[in-house]
Structures are given as C-alpha cells and as structure tokens.
Design a protein around this ligand. Structure first.
Ligand code: HGY
Ligand code: MN
Ligand code: MN
Ligand code: MN
Length: 414
C-alpha cells in the first residue's frame, strides 16, 4: 500500500482541545493531573474517553484488567486489528500529557480517518491500558503485562496500595472489571505515541523520536527490619537502625548507577517508615529501588551488586533485609519494519527526527512480546515529566500524531 501523502494531517486544534478537556478530570494542585488508577477520577476519565470514542463510531470491549479496547471496524473481518494506545492514569503529581497524548492521539487518528472517509483493511483498536503508572499498585505497566502473559491475573488482583486496598477490589468498586479474557485478543501490530519524558529531542531540536528500543527495568522492594526504640533515650550502640541502613543503601544505589554510566540509572521514589513517628526509631522501612539500562548485562549486574552490598550494610547494623522484585522487563527491541514506517512518516511529513531509546517504560514494552510493536515520541519542555509542570507544545502534539496517523495507516492498509 502506498504511503499516505504529506498533506494528510490530523486536526491539531481538536486534539489539543481534547487534551485540555481530559486534563480537567483529576486535576493536580499545580496545573498537572492526579488521576490515579482505579480512583473515581480515573473512572470519570474513562467515561469521557468512552463517550468520545462512541461518538466516533467505535465499539467498546473491556478485559478482566479493565483495559479499554475501542474498535473501528476494518473492511476485512478476518484481518487482525492494529492497536494504537497508551494510558489515561497519571502519577499523583503527574502531567497532562504522559500517556494521555497517546490515547487521545490514537482517537484523533480515528477522528481524522472518519473526517476523510478513509476505510482500512485492518480494524483499528484505540486502547487505554489500566495502571500503566504503577504509582498506586506496583508494578508499572500492570495490565499490559497481564495481557502479554507475563504477570498472572491473580497476582495483579492481589496487588495493594499504601492504604491496603487491592487492585481487584478497586476495579470492581469503579465497575470497570470487564468480561473479556486478558490476552485473548491478537494484534497485527501495536503503536504508541508518547512524550519523551527526557531532554534529548528538545536539546537536539528534533520534533520526532523514532523509538528503536526501550531500556530494561528492575523494581526491587526492600523490607528492612530494625528495632522500634526511643530516639532520645536509646544509646547509639544499642540501636538497630533500619533508617540508617536505608540511607546507606540509597547512597550505594547512587554509587552503583554512577559507576555503570553512561547508560544506566538508579534511584528510589517511595519510602514507608513504620511506625513513622518522629521520636521512634523505625521498626520497618519499605522502599523500592528502581534501576534501568538498555544493556542487559549491565541491568542484571547492577541488580546483583545492589542486593549483595545491601545485605552487607544490613548485617553490619544488625538490620533484617528482605528483597522482592516487584517489577521487571528486559531491554526491548521494537519491530524494525514498524520503526521504519515511523521514520518514513516523519520524512514524508517533513519533521526532523532522531532514533532514540526510551528511558521510561511503556505498555508498548509488553505489547512487543506478543506482536510487532513500536512507538512515536515528541519532545517535552526541559525533558520534564512525572511533574505537574510537564509541558509540550500543540505543534509537538500534532507532529507526533501526524506521524502516528501515517504509520498506522500504512500498517492498517487502505
Ligand atoms: O515507570 C515508568 O517508566 C512509567 O512511567 N510507568
Ligand atoms: Mn506513560
Ligand atoms: Mn509515567
Ligand atoms: Mn530478565
């Protein structure tokens, strides 16, 4: 099928209006969004997205993880669909575009095809994956991980948030537990548009990221056991200080990640002290170490070194140390044929572009396990994301969605 012409573009104003409308649901306190997965705000965002899709003639399917599949029929009923999606859930202090651009960009592709009366051979399925962020329920990319057959459904249902609510109960509570068996759907291809969430494209003044790979990840949940005691009257030598062990492990993770440069990262975003009282030494400290690299050996090597050195740190302090991997995927190579279509689309449309490895994880990483998959990226201001100040320009949003339109159309075949 010949590639679509350079004049085929999406409706940029309509896309931007939809982004701004969705951003009003679960607003943050500083201009971003707090639409965490399976909250009432998430349910409201899902309802709005469903209305927009049904107004565009799409029919809804929902699987047992609550993932929304909105189908535009194809001319060939036997042709496997082309899936195009991302996620509507956000971080607690998230931006307006992380995930949302990919879902509403996919909807804009369909809206544009409707405007032009373009029919495709393969159906197109606009997809909203449940719990991509992993902020409330670890791990990230939970629903797509179950879809790819890597994470068991029961394990996912049993995941709990900091208040002890379970994923399965919350999915029922907001009435988004579907009947479809997770993973029963087969994909012809999967595309995901996403903001870069890093500084490279903006710094190199490139409009489109042609995503060839995504770095791999480990989330290691540490549970350190100390002895609760008075912070005032307990002599230093008598302390079994889990908080001190935590601090030394944080410093060590930084050291390991810096020693693994140039393509490695490591850090901690969440810590839970118990009893979390100012004048009680913590009896329990729970935190998740997040390490990533596009290099498999480096990724697994960092994990081994961190676990080994953490055990020594804790032994020195008499602190108990348990580690549980709560998230993992290996470095991902996206489908070269689809990557080539993204690159060609950027060239046809006259957008500057750069091959890039995704620093952040995405549902595309699990989709790539079960189908040819790839991503399209656009820059974000100062490379900032997972921050309410996350910002992109309407031009970047439109450019990314134009490229998505062309690559999807070439794959879904007119
Ligand atoms: O953690 C990630 O990379 C994604 O933002 N969930
Ligand atoms: Mn995302
Ligand atoms: Mn994110
Ligand atoms: Mn592995």
């Amino acid at each position: 099928m010949s590639a679509p012409g350079e004049n085929l573009r999406i409706n940029s104003a309509r896309l931007w209006d939809s982004l701004m409308e969705m951003a009003k649901i679960g607003p943050g306190v500083a201009g971003g969004c707090n639409r965490q997965t399976l909250t009432d705000d998430d349910a409201a965002g899902r309802a709005l997205f469903r209305k927009w899709c049904e107004d565009a003639g799409l029919s809804m399917g929902v699987d047992q993880m609550g993932t929304m599949f909105m189908t535009r029929p194809g001319e060939d009923p036997d042709a496997l669909p082309v899936y195009v999606g991302s996620h509507l859930d956000t971080q607690p202090t998230g931006g307006k575009y992380d995930g949302v651009l990919g879902v509403l960009g996919a909807l804009e592709v369909v809206r544009t095809l409707n405007d032009l009366g373009i029919k495709t051979k393969h159906p197109i399925v606009v997809t909203n994956w449940t719990n991509e962020e992993g902020a409330r329920f670890a791990p990230a990319m939970l629903a797509s991980g179950v879809f790819a057959g890597v994470i068991p459904l029961e394990y996912a249902y049993g995941r709990t948030d900091l208040e002890g609510a379970s994923f399965g109960a919350e999915l029922e509570r907001i009435s988004w537990k579907g009947e479809e068996e997770v993973g029963a759907r087969k994909m012809h291809a999967y595309f995901e548009l996403h903001i870069e969430q890093g500084p490279i494209l903006e710094a190199k003044e490139k409009t489109i990221g042609v995503v060839t790979h995504c770095q791999g990840l480990w989330w290691l949940e540490f549970t350190l056991t100390g002895k609760e005691a008075h912070t005032g009257s307990t002599p230093m030598p008598m302390r079994v200080n889990a908080g001190l062990a935590m601090a030394r492990i944080f410093e060590m993770v930084q050291e390991v990640a810096m020693a693994a440069q140039p393509n490695a990262v490591g850090g901690v975003g969440q810590v839970k002290f118990a009893p979390n009282s100012r004048n009680v030494l913590p009896g329990k400290v729970v935190f998740t170490v997040d390490i990533r690299s596009p290099d498999q050996a480096k990724l697994d090597g960092m994990r081994a070194e961190i676990e080994k050195r953490a055990a020594v740190i804790c032994e020195d302090l008499g602190v108990g140390c348990a580690v549980e991997p709560v998230g993992h995927f290996d470095p991902v190579t996206f489908a070269p044929e689809l990557v080539g279509r993204v690159r060609k689309a950027a060239e046809t449309l006259g957008y500057s572009h750069l091959d890039i490895i995704s620093g952040a994880g995405h549902d595309a990483c699990w989709a790539a396990k079960v189908a040819p998959a790839t991503m399209v990226m656009c820059p974000c201001v100062d490379g900032l994301s997972h921050n309410e100040a996350e910002e992109i320009s309407p031009e970047w949003a439109a450019a990314g969605t134009d490229v998505l339109l062309h690559a999807v159309l070439e794959t879904a075949e007119i």
